[in-house]
Ligand binder design. Structure first.
Ligand SMILES: Nc1ncnc2c1ncn2[C@@H]1O[C@H](COP(=O)(O)OP(=O)(O)OP(=O)(O)O)[C@@H](O)[C@H]1O
Ligand SMILES: [Mg+2]
Length: 128
């Protein structure tokens, strides 16, 4: 797929992460363009969740580089500062593997609470 830098949503290069002696991500390269749908497939424990957590700053990689929508999230072993990280996270969604819904809310209220509270969307905007 060809595309300008503006269409690049995610650019990961040479990303590595170990937990103790276990090397979970080994020089991973990944780029995702706007409107592209990408599926990451692999056996249990192969590092899919770790990769996604690194792309949201929930996990700090050991080496490599991550850019999200042109903002450098991780480079030279360092994450963005908290305020910039929080701003970027308002634009990155992640559904956790073992998710928990708020029991006192409907399904629609559960899935719209993030954009309504964090991005100040109206119910109809968030529902859309
Ligand atoms: N915080 C952590 N501390 C230590 N080891 C961890 C940690 N998080 C993940 N791991 C280990 O890293 C490896 C990759 O885990 P990860 O959860 O990324 O795999 P996965 O591909 O998402 O697996 P699954 O398909 O089961 O969801 C596993 O060996 C896991 O035990
Ligand atoms: Mg997982």
């Amino acid at each position: 797929m060809s595309g300008s830098a503006q269409e690049l949503v995610l650019a990961v290069s040479n990303l590595s992460k170990s937990f103790g002696p276990t090397r979970v991500l080994a020089d991973v390269d990944l780029s995702v363009q706007a409107s592209q749908v990408v599926v990451v497939i692999g056996p249990s424990g192969s590092g899919k969740t770790t990769l996604l957590r690194c792309c949201n700053g929930l996990e700090v990689a050991d080496r490599g580089r991550i850019e999200v929508c042109g903002t450098t999230l991780f480079s030279d072993g360092r994450l963005l500062h908290d305020s910039e990280l929080n701003a970027l996270r308002t634009r990155v969604g992640m559904v956790f593997q073992s998710f928990n819904l708020f029991p006192h809310l409907t399904v629609l209220q559960n899935v719209t609470i993030g954009p309504r509270r964090i991005r100040r969307k109206t119910l109809s905007e968030a529902a859309e």
